[in-house]
Design a protein around this ligand. Structure first.
Ligand SMILES: CC(C)(COP(=O)(O)OP(=O)(O)OC[C@H]1O[C@@H](n2cnc3c(N)ncnc32)[C@H](O)[C@@H]1OP(=O)(O)O)[C@@H](O)C(=O)NCCC(=O)NCCS
Length: 128
């Protein structure tokens, strides 16, 4: 059963500005090491970072209530399987909230251009 949906759009130049201004401090506050390494290995790193930023916000929106204020963005991690398909791994407070809600799966889809990155998240709960 779908128990939440969330969408977010991010302007890539804003992420680029934040990276050049705050450098590692910005990157490490928002992104995990896996996300930073994945993006840095790509030609247009900021597009991939922006998509991950959008994905994190989309997951928070899908959860949707005041509990999201306790979640740090780095606790919502975007990874890619061998085909490139993204998936979400939660940690810390985000993982606790996932467990307490009985969320069994988080489906994420992302797309990015030079200007914009967008992500859509769907939360699934198993029902008997
Ligand atoms: C996967 C695919 C759909 C991505 O689309 P795209 O227009 O190149 O790029 P987008 O910006 O829309 O999307 C990129 C994101 O798609 C996601 N993605 C990559 N592979 C994916 C897959 N197998 N399944 C779902 N999502 C995937 C990733 O999240 C990626 O972003 P990331 O690298 O930052 O994680 C595309 O590359 C593809 O493989 N299409 C298959 C058909 C094909 O090869 N056509 C070309 C012949 S004309």
């Amino acid at each position: 059963m779908i128990v939440g949906v969330g969408v977010d759009i991010v302007e890539v130049p804003r992420i680029k500005d934040a990276v050049s201004r705050w450098k590692d401090a910005f990157l490490k506050r928002i992104f995990t090491e896996n996300e930073i390494q994945y993006s840095k290995a790509k030609k247009f790193a900021c597009q991939h970072l922006a998509a991950r930023f959008a994905a994190k916000e989309a997951v928070l929106k899908a959860i949707g209530d005041s509990s999201i204020q306790r979640i740090g963005l780095s606790e919502v991690e975007v990874l890619n399987d061998e085909s490139g398909k993204p998936f979400i791994r939660l940690s810390g407070e985000a993982k606790k909230i996932q467990k307490s809600r009985g969320i069994s799966e988080i489906i994420i889809s992302m797309s990015h251009t030079r200007k914009f990155a967008i992500a859509n998240a769907i939360l699934i709960k198993n029902v008997e």
